[in-house]
Design a protein around this ligand. Structure first.
Ligand code: FAD
Length: 477
């Protein structure tokens, strides 16, 4: 009898325990991808990630086809669809890799109950995190709220084992259930096709993930610790969109780093592992605090006096704030679906602290425009910048966009790539065109307020305003 394998944010053949189990069982396998319209964290993805999903699924479908099977596509409620297909095909087992957001967990638990009541085997596997959030707990038995002890627990783990190899064959049932057609899902943006240039920056799919990992280990791992903060060159792995849809597992990455460690300075590899563990930390937080994307982790922030300036928000989204490092970041996001981590922090700090706009607006914008949109890392990071999160940035840390730009993009390479209208300025002025002399501006053919905006707020004034607001929260114990 056939087994059903649910495919979710795990679009890979390698290190896929649910798939491996189904194949081991010996019978035919029904590969099922459901677009869950009732679950925003699973099915109704943001626009940039829909673009990614289209290409990733296309490639995954081809990879499965070359191994003898086809992925069945369906839209609707996961459990209704699975139950219907199980009845139609006589499937006697259902396997899946676990997911960790509340709605997904509840849906999967319901499915397990249904399977048990109907005599089907249902088994779930740990595959998308290195440590299970229900198991890695503090000495007192609660979740970690602080990163350092969480990291210590990770470093104390001697081995996470070996990743599973990809199968060479996946036996198909004689009659496949009906499938929807991927193109009918219209996942790609049409008018305007703002994702048109994404393909220049990415290779979606399992193979692309492998290439990104190899490239990173060979070209950028050495020096990662010191170089990772500089957005002007490719100094980080850019694995995040691959991880977000599970084209590569954290175990595969961890394992490859262990292998590479034999040839690299450990300060670089350790720092990289620490970043991977931030992803885990974020997922553990979301597991224990399911409302992380909506509600302040620190309740003292519940009544914070956010501003609701729609015009200012739009200027931020378009990258026309008048602060070049913020604008470059927001345009990198729009043009490539991704933004460098340092610049994410600067741009987020600008929205929250200079414009005093509610972090939830930023979280939603990122969710819609990032190809790596991740329900846990995005929510946890936004709360971290806002100061309301677990182990958050201290409230008095307000990034100065000019100093940050000068420090992390000293030659202005990043600015010139994404804000070409000021490329003619020298390095001493490129991060603060509003302080450049008229002669310098004329020479660079810049007319502030016309060819490039004047700063929408004065950072010094905005900083004082934010500090006052944050002081009020601090006193509100
Ligand atoms: P690398 O430096 O190569 O790191 C390797 C991996 O570690 C990443 O792929 C990622 O999985 C993980 N990682 C690194 N930094 C972090 C971090 N700070 N928090 C959690 N995981 C991390 N990351 C997302 O994957 N999805 C998001 O939606 C997301 N939203 C963010 C929003 C804000 C406001 C900020 C400040 C950060 C956000 N991040 C998010 C975290 C981080 O910016 C990205 O993971 C990182 O830039 C991805 O690039 P990379 O793969 O080259 O990272």
């Amino acid at each position: 009898a056939p087994s059903i394998v649910l495919i979710r944010r795990d679009l890979r053949l390698g290190d896929n325990p649910a798939l491996t189990e189904a194949i081991k069982r010996g019978g035919p396998v029904i590969l099922l991808y459901i677009r869950e319209t009732d679950d925003p964290d699973a099915g109704a993805l943001g626009a940039a990630q829909r673009w990614w999903l289209h290409h990733s699924l296309t490639r995954h479908m081809k990879a499965c086809e070359s191994r003898g099977n086809l992925i069945i596509l369906r839209t609707g409620s996961q459990n209704e669809i699975v139950q219907k297909i199980a009845k139609e095909t006589g499937a006697t087992a259902i396997f899946w890799n676990r997911r960790y957001h509340l709605k997904g967990r509840e849906t999967d638990a319901d499915l397990k109950r249904w399977a048990k009541d109907h005599g089907l085997e249902a088994k779930s596997f740990a595959a998308n995190l290195l440590h299970e959030p229900s198991k890695l707990l503090t000495g007192a038995g609660g979740p970690y709220r602080v990163y350092t002890p969480f990291w210590k627990a990770f470093s104390a783990t001697e081995s996470f084992g070996e990743p599973l190899p990809p199968p060479s064959k996946i036996r198909a049932p004689e009659r496949l259930p009906e499938s929807e057609i991927l193109d009918d899902w219209k996942l790609l943006p049409t008018k305007p096709n703002w994702a048109g240039s994404f393909m220049d920056a990415w290779i979606p799919g399992e193979q692309g993930a492998k290439v990104a990992l190899i490239f990173f280990l060979e070209e950028a791992m050495r020096g990662y610790r010191t170089q990772r903060d500089f957005p002007g060159s490719k100094t980080t792995s850019r694995l995040s969109p691959h991880l977000a849809l599970g084209e590569i597992s954290p175990l595969q990455i961890w394992h490859a780093v262990e292998e590479a460690e034999k040839g690299y300075p450990t300060e670089d590899t350790i720092h990289f592992r620490k970043e991977l563990v931030w992803r885990e930390f974020s997922w553990h937080l979301l597991f224990h605090y399911p409302d992380l994307a909506n509600k302040e982790f620190n309740p003292r922030f519940a009544d914070f006096g956010w501003s609701h300036d729609e015009r200012a928000f739009r200027a931020w989204t378009r990258g026309i704030t008048g602060y070049p490092i913020v604008d470059a970041g927001m345009r990198e996001l729009w043009q490539t679906g991704w933004m460098h981590n340092r610049v994410r922090m600067i741009a987020a700090s600008f929205l929250i602290k200079d414009l005093m706009i509610d972090w939830r607006y930023g979280e939603q914008w990122f969710r819609d425009t990032l190809v790596d949109a991740d329900p846990a890392s995005n929510a946890a990071s936004w709360q971290w910048v806002a100061g309301s999160g677990a182990d958050a940035a201290p409230y008095f840390r307000i990034f100065n966009p000019v100093l940050q730009g000068e420090k992390f993009d000293p030659k202005g390479d990043y600015i010139r790539r994404y804000v070409p209208e000021i490329e003619g300025l020298g390095n001493e002025a490129i991060h603060k065109p509003f302080e450049a002399s008229k002669a310098l501006l004329d020479k660079a053919e810049i007319r502030l307020g016309f060819t490039y905006p004047k700063p929408m707020v004065d950072h010094g004034v905005a900083r004082d305003r934010a500090l006052r607001a944050y002081d009020a929260v601090k006193g509100n114990t």
